[in-house]
Write a protein that binds this ligand. Structure first.
Ligand code: CA
Length: 412
C-alpha cells in the first residue's frame, strides 16, 4: 500500500528535479518518502484575507504526520524567559535569558552555571538579551556573539556584541559591541533578532523594523538599518562581497532588505542557502530564502493586513523586483526561532524545517523538496506553550518556551 503512494510522488519529484536543477549538490535533498500520504492542511481557521497565493502550495499545503516514534522530554521547567537555546560542542546547552544573562545547562537540563557581566539590555516589550552564536573556533577561543536591544540616548536599537565565555567565573570576558542596527528609535517592538555563521566565518544578523510607522518605511531604505538582514565579519565590519558595499548612501553591512521582523534564521544543510522566517502583521507570517541584495517586499507587498483590519499600503501581494515568500500563513503561526533537522535518526525529518510557534502554541514542521514546502505538521500542540526557539544537535531537537520550559525531542 505504501509503495502505491510513494511511487508516483517520487517519480513526479524526480522529473521536476531533473528539469529544474543541474546542480548535483542538491540531489540529496530529502524526499521524505514516509510523508507522501497527503492529509488535509493543518490550518483549519478562516483566513484574514481573500488574497491569492503567487503559486500553488505557497500556503495551506497538505498536512503530513510523523510515523517514526519519538520522545518528547521536559528537561526543565524553571527557566526564566528564555529567548534562545544554542547547543555547545560538548552537548550541553547555552540558553539566553531575555532579562540579560545566559545559562549553561547540562544535557539533562540541570543548571550548571549562570553567566553574567553582559552589557545592560533594554528588556522592555520584546527587547532584551536575544540570540547568541558560537564562534566557529569556540572550542579554543571561547568567543560567543549575542544580539540584544540596547538603550542609547536617542532611543533603543538591536546591537551585536562579542566576548569570551568564562565558565569558571560565570562571566563574559571582554564584552564589546561590534555592530548597531541604526537608527535608534523609541519603542519596545520588532528588534528581531537571530545570528548564524556562514561557512566562511561571517555572521548573518537579522533585525526588525521596530513596528512603529517611522521604522516600517525604513525597511525599504538602504540608508537605514531597520528591517534588514546583515552580513558582518567577526569584528562587525561589512562582510567582503556584500551587495551594497560600494553603493553610496547604503549601509554596507546590509545583505537583504524589506524585512518586517525576522525571528528565525538557519542555513539549509544541503543547499547552504540562508532561510529566514518573519512575523507578518495580521496574517502573512513568512518563510523566505534570503539572497544577497534582494528586496523581500515589506511593507510594499504582504499577505497580511493591519491589526485594525485595513490594507497595508496599496494592498498588493506581488510586485516585480520583490521576492515572494517560499511559504506564508494566514491567519497565523507567530514564528520564532527555527532549525533544520540535519540528522538521520527520524528519517522523514531529514532536512525538514522546525519553527517555534508563539501564539499558535506548537512547533511547526515543514517538509521541503527543491525549495518548496510540500507538507506541514503541528507538533507538541498538547503543551500549550509559546515556543520561542528550536535548535538541532546530534539527531535531537531542543526547544525553549516563554513559560520557561526546555524540551528535547528524540527518536524513541
Ligand atoms: Ca516579504
Amino acid at each position: 500500500m505504501r509503495l502505491k503512494f510513494i511511487f508516483p510522488f517520487s517519480v513526479i519529484s524526480f522529473i521536476l528535479y531533473s528539469f529544474s536543477c543541474s546542480n548535483t549538490n542538491v540531489t540529496s535533498q530529502n524526499n521524505s518518502g514516509a510523508d507522501t500520504t497527503k492529509l488535509p492542511p493543518v490550518e483549519t481557521k478562516g483566513a484574514n484575507t481573500d488574497y491569492s497565493p503567487a503559486f500553488a502550495g505557497q500556503t495551506r499545503i497538505s498536512g503530513v504526520r510523523t510515523t517514526t516514534p519519538y520522545n518528547v522530554d521536559l528537561l526543565a521547567d524553571n527557566l526564566g524567559r528564555p529567548w534562545a537555546v544554542i547547543p555547545l560542542p560538548d552537548g550541553r546547552l547555552l540558553i539566553t535569558e531575555k532579562s540579560g544573562f545566559m545559562e549553561i545547562r547540562n544535557e539533562s537540563g540541570t543548571l550548571v552555571k549562570k553567566i553574567t557581566g553582559f552589557p545592560k539590555v533594554d528588556d522592555g516589550g520584546q527587547g532584551g538579551m536575544l540570540d547568541a552564536a558560537l564562534d566557529p573556533g569556540f572550542t579554543t577561543n571561547k568567543t560567543i556573539y549575542w544580539s540584544f536591544s540596547e538603550r542609547l540616548e536617542k532611543g533603543n536599537l538591536m546591537s551585536v556584541a562579542k566576548g569570551q565565555l568564562n565558565e569558571a567565573t560565570g562571566t563574559i570576558d571582554n564584552p564589546v559591541v561590534i555592530f548597531r542596527a541604526t537608527p535608534a528609535l523609541r519603542g519596545g517592538l520588532h528588534f528581531g533578532s537571530r545570528l548564524i555563521f556562514d561557512k566562511d566565518g561571517n555572521l548573518f544578523v537579522s533585525t526588525g523594523e521596530r513596528s512603529i510607522m517611522e521604522g516600517r518605511a525604513q525597511a525599504q531604505l538602504l540608508s537605514s538599518g531597520l528591517g534588514k538582514i546583515f552580513k558582518i565579519t567577526k569584528d562587525g565590519k561589512p562582510a567582503p562581497g556584500n551587495p551594497f558595499i560600494n553603493q553610496e548612501g547604503a549601509i554596507p553591512e546590509i545583505y537583504a532588505y524589506g524585512i518586517r521582523n525576522a525571528q528565525g534564521l538557519d542555513i539549509h544543510p544541503v543547499t547552504g542557502e540562508l532561510w529566514e522566517n518573519e512575523f507578518g502583521p495580521r496574517g502573512g507570517d513568512e518563510v523566505n530564502i534570503i539572497k544577497a541584495g534582494k528586496n523581500y517586499g515589506w511593507p510594499v507587498i504582504t499577505y497580511g493586513i493591519e491589526y485594525s483590519g485595513g490594507t497595508i499600503g496599496n494592498g498588493i501581494q506581488q510586485k516585480a523586483g520583490m521576492e515572494q515568500p517560499v511559504y506564508y500563513w494566514d491567519p497565523v503561526l507567530s514564528p520564532s526561532g527555527m532549525a533544520f533537522y540535519k540528522g538521520d535518526a527520524i528519517p522523514e525529518w531529514k532536512n525538514n524545517l522546525f519553527i517555534g510557534g508563539l501564539s499558535s502554541e506548537h512547533i511547526c514542521r515543514l517538509v521541503i523538496v527543491n525549495n518548496k514546502v510540500v507538507g506541514e505538521e503541528k507538533l507538541l500542540t498538547d503543551k500549550n506553550e509559546r515556543f520561542r526557539d528550536v535548535a538541532y544537535n546530534n539527531n535531537m531537537l531542543y526547544a525553549v518556551t516563554d513559560g520557561g520550559m526546555l524540551f528535547r525531542i528524540s527518536k524513541k
